[in-house]
Design a protein around this ligand. Structure first.
Ligand SMILES: Cc1cc2nc3c(=O)[nH]c(=O)nc-3n(C[C@H](O)[C@H](O)[C@H](O)COP(=O)(O)OP(=O)(O)OC[C@H]3O[C@@H](n4cnc5c(N)ncnc54)[C@H](O)[C@@H]3O)c2cc1C
Length: 385
């Protein structure tokens, strides 16, 4: 791919900058972290503004309701929105970054028409019901059962660590539809309406104080069979598509944010005299080089996935592994630059960000699992246990 921007791409950047400068001052203040209904309203309002301006689903295929923009335009969009301090996807994360793209890639025309436009317009929020108390790394061990009854599945089981469940309208849900088949072959991928009778959402509070997660209990929930994406018992293959979006492209916007945080840290170190410390300078310099390399990998991945039908593939594990580790290192460096005394001046969001960076090497599949995938499926090394 050509890493230089063309004249047309710079024009696109200019128009986007103008639009951001015009609309951002009119945005309401960001709501408090634990007020999920207010956060939902804030995130969906921003999504609607993007939609009205023609920036929603920029890189989604046109037949999925997107703009069909080039990968480079998508990356410019991420750079410029971050530079301008625009809101990030927030509660729209699952719908925009992995459930929606999965439906775009695997859904029928009717499913794409039903579910994708409301995501792009900021009208419907999705959550992810994959993990269970005994099925995390070994996701295929999931036990939530779905039994076919006429035109419906009747679903019973429990999910855990379901981010945004409290405010979600739909859940991308993995269920076991054939208990007798080998574990990877008896799974189906369903879209479950979160207002169906039989669903109980119990929020969980983390050690960091965040209320993002919930346990979701399912007691004979009826989900129409028409809400199944992919064939019955072919859900593991569809899950790989979802995970490749989640690991390969969903965090791309956050890389841009990390690079800006790093610049801000260097400025802060210069302002406070910490820059004179050669060890700290070397640490920030190394991080800068590593994030630059990650950005180049990101550009190559986004470009490659566009060429191969939009699905990032197993290479997403390399990105996820590298990004999550670097983000933790960045948060540690931030703590060093800001120092213990200044930490008292940090707002709660920033403190939460440092603590929550520890979860990055767990969310979307742990680093150990990503290393297994890279070893076995990319490097072709023999299978472990
Ligand atoms: C911030 C965050 C958001 C999340 N959001 C969601 C969500 O919205 N929906 C959802 O479904 N899930 C979500 N999760 C759950 C996440 O997918 C799981 O936590 C993750 O897959 C790990 O599963 P587990 O917690 O059960 O850990 P376990 O699988 O019990 O693993 C425990 C430890 O053992 C290691 N381990 C396990 N098996 C192996 C192996 N074969 N080889 C080497 N090491 C191994 C793991 O790496 C880990 O260190 C979220 C998690 C986090 C942290």
């Amino acid at each position: 791919m050509d890493l230089a921007y063309t004249e047309a791409e710079e024009e696109f950047r200019g128009r986007l900058r103008e639009w951001l400068a015009a609309v951002l001052p009119g945005l309401t203040a960001k709501p408090p972290p634990d007020d999920w209904p207010a956060r939902r309203a804030y995130d969906t309002t921003w999504q609607r503004m993007l939609y009205d301006a023609g920036y929603a689903g920029l890189h989604w295929p046109v037949d999925a309701g997107g703009q069909g923009a080039t990968p480079t335009q998508h990356l410019i969009f991420l750079e410029e929105t971050e530079r301008a301090g625009a809101p990030y996807v927030g509660a729209n994360f699952v719908g925009l970054l992995h459930a929606g793209p999965t439906i775009a890639a695997e859904g029928t025309a009717g499913q794409r028409a039903r579910w994708l436009p409301p995501v792009l317009r900021g009208e419907e929020i999705w959550c992810q019901g994959f993990s269970e108390p005994d099925a995390g790394s070994d996701l295929a061990a999931l036990r939530t059962r779905a039994v076919r009854d006429g035109d419906d599945y009747v679903v019973t089981g429990q999910k855990i660590w379901t981010s945004h469940a409290e405010v979600a309208d739909w859940c991308e849900l993995l269920v076991r539809t054939d208990p007798d088949a080998p574990k990877h072959r008896g799974i189906s991928w369903l879209a479950m309406p979160m207002d169906a009778p039989g669903i109980t959402v119990r929020p969980l509070r983390t050690l960091a104080g965040s209320t993002e997660f919930a346990e979701v209990f399912l007691d004979e929930v009826r989900v129409p069979a028409s809400c199944r994406v992919g064939a019955e018992n072919d859900g593991w293959r569809v899950t790989m598509v979802t995970l490749s979006f989640e690991r390969g492209t969903a965090f791309v916007g956050e890389v841009v944010a990390c690079r800006r945080t790093l610049e801000a840290l260097a400025d802060e170190a210069r302002r406070t005299g910490r820059w004179d410390d050669p060890v700290l300078r070397r640490r920030l310099g190394r991080l800068n080089a590593q994030f630059r390399a990650l950005w180049r990998l990101t550009q190559a991945n986004v470009s490659e996935s566009q060429r191969t039908g939009g699905v990032p593939g197993v290479g997403g594990s390399v990105f996820k592994l590298r990004y999550s580790g670097l983000r933790q290192e960045l948060c540690e460096a931030a703590a060093e630059v800001l120092g213990a005394a200044d930490a008292f001046d940090l707002d709660r969001d920033e403190v939460l960000d440092r603590l929550s960076s520890l979860s990055y090497t767990i969310a979307a599949g742990t680093s150990q699992i990503q290393r297994d995938i890279v070893a076995e499926r990319i490097l072709g090394l023999p299978k472990g246990r």
